[in-house]
Design a protein around this ligand. Structure first.
Ligand code: GDP
Ligand code: MG
Length: 263
């Protein structure tokens, strides 16, 4: 069997990572693709994710707080490093399930994943040649031009850290009006539109900074577009799968590993 396609889901706290992973795994299952859902958030209290492999079997935030008398932030940081020590157990558990795709939900706070050396080790251990990072844009932040630029920079930072192909994804598109959604899509496709919006929104003293930041983003490469999705109404899940598949397979679709479930 080919090695699985592994997708890491990153984004600011509350961007919708956990909800998206569950919705995508459910969609993929009914479309006939076998997935393994991995939870790498040691503080996750989500009962809805229902992961197949759960880091909390090895590292639990509440245990660390009790054992070492750490506060929530200290425990998060200790946990981020301890996960790296357990990553080969996680890898083994994932390999035993032998699915075509592995969907990895990452810790709620992005800095715990994106800015720690341990995460690089985690990603290196879990990733084969077919891996990508999905960076989720929360509409609450992406809705205005300055927030949108900030998220683009954060996404570029994640790319810089992990050196993996990236997909930028807008979550919760159901909360946006069609007009708002069109505007965000234009920003992602046309640097000129985004630049105009940034300078229009910025208070005068900020215009220069916004422009400079914008140029930095532009020079990182073409804005690759933003895929609008909603875990709530299911929109964008199939296009997301197809985009990921293009990254993994150079365009070829995998045959479903079993017949799609009928609804
Ligand atoms: N309207 C709407 N809300 C969503 C959607 N996806 C997630 N949410 C909500 O956004 C909040 C944060 O979601 P969560 O998946 O926990 O974010 P995470 O911190 O990135 O894992 C929760 O209250 C979710 O119910 C969506 O597609 N539409
Ligand atoms: Mg989460």
């Amino acid at each position: 069997m080919d090695e699985p396609g592994t997708i890491y889901f990153t984004g600011t706290a509350g961007a919708g990572k956990t909800t998206f992973v569950r919705a995508l795994a459910d969609w993929m299952k009914q479309a006939g693709y076998e997935t393994t859902v991995v939870n790498l958030d040691p503080g996750s209290e989500s009962t809805s994710l229902d992961p197949d492999v759960d880091i909390r079997e090895w590292v639990r935030l509440d245990d660390l707080q009790d054992e070492y008398g750490l506060g929530p932030n200290g425990a998060q940081i200790a946990a981020a490093d301890m996960i790296a020590l357990k990553i080969f157990d996680v890898k083994q558990a994932v390999e035993e399930l032998k699915t075509d795709y592995v969907l990895v939900d990452t810790p709620g706070q992005i800095e715990l994943f994106a800015f720690r050396e341990a995460s690089k080790a985690i990603v290196d251990a879990l990733s084969g040649d077919r891996s990508l990072v999905a960076f989720l844009f929360d509409p609450a932040l992406a809705r205005n031009a300055a927030g949108f630029v900030s998220l683009l920079m954060l996404s570029a930072t994640v790319e810089f850290r992990f050196r993996l192909p990236m997909l930028n994804v807008l979550t919760k598109s159901d909360v946006l009006t069609p007009e708002q959604l069109r505007e965000l899509t234009r920003w992602a496709e046309d640097p000129g539109e985004l630049h105009d919006a940034v300078t229009r929104d910025a208070p005068t003293p900020d215009v220069q900074l916004s422009t400079e930041l914008f140029r930095a983003i532009e020079s990182l490469g073409p804005l690759a577009g933003l895929l609008a999705t909603s875990a709530r109404d299911g929109s964008g899940l199939e296009p997301f799968y197809q985009s990921a598949q293009r990254v993994f397979g150079g365009g070829e679709d995998l045959e479903p590993s079993h017949a799609p479930a009928s609804d």
